[in-house]
Design a protein around this ligand. Structure first.
Ligand SMILES: Cc1cc2nc3c(=O)[nH]c(=O)nc-3n(C[C@H](O)[C@H](O)[C@H](O)COP(=O)(O)O)c2cc1C
Length: 148
């Protein structure tokens, strides 16, 4: 069973909703699951073998302010992340065509850059067609958890 840390990047709460909904589908399988909006350094990932990044996009393709320090710390410290596997749920809105899911894409890129192995494809949720992002995320996690 995996020891999963769900990392939430959110400004207005959808990320938290999604994190709680997917947690509720992982725990019954026997996985240990913690959720945090406060990870700011690689030390905060310790003790978890699997990460699930849930990251909204704000501004113009930007990472939410609570997750930005983690991105900056990874770019600065260049840690070896090869011991981690991760999944990625990006929350965005196609109304922002040019920057759709930019925050999640940046987090995906930084984890890959430093050696973490992504399980499955990045999952992108479009708020312009899906006002309830947790519903789509739950469907996705049912397949993702088979990869853990
Ligand atoms: C001010 C503002 C700017 C946004 N900019 C983008 C953007 O550039 N690209 C995108 O895909 N979504 C953008 N969004 C949509 C959010 O990422 C989307 O609504 C998401 O579900 C919000 O998640 P949260 O409640 O966890 O912050 C923006 C939303 C707001 C309110």
């Amino acid at each position: 069973m995996a020891n999963i840390l769900i990392l939430v990047g959110t400004e207005s709460g959808n990320g938290q909703l999604v994190a709680e909904a997917v947690r509720d589908h992982l725990v019954p399988d026997g996985h240990a699951v913690a959720i945090t909006e406060k990870a700011v350094a690689v030390a905060d990932l310790a003790g978890h073998d699997t990460l699930l990044v849930v990251c909204a996009t704000h501004g113009s393709g930007d990472i939410p302010s609570n997750m930005l320090p983690l991105h900056q710390a990874l770019e600065r410290d260049k840690p070896d992340l090869s011991g981690w596997r991760y999944g990625l749920i990006a929350l965005g809105d196609m109304t922002y065509q040019d920057t759709f899911c930019g925050g999640g894409k940046q987090m995906d890129a930084v984890f890959r850059k430093f050696g973490a192995r992504r399980l499955g494809d990045r999952f992108e949720v479009d708020a312009s067609t899906q006002p309830l992002p947790d519903e789509d995320a739950v469907e996705w996690v049912k397949e993702w958890k088979a990869l853990i």
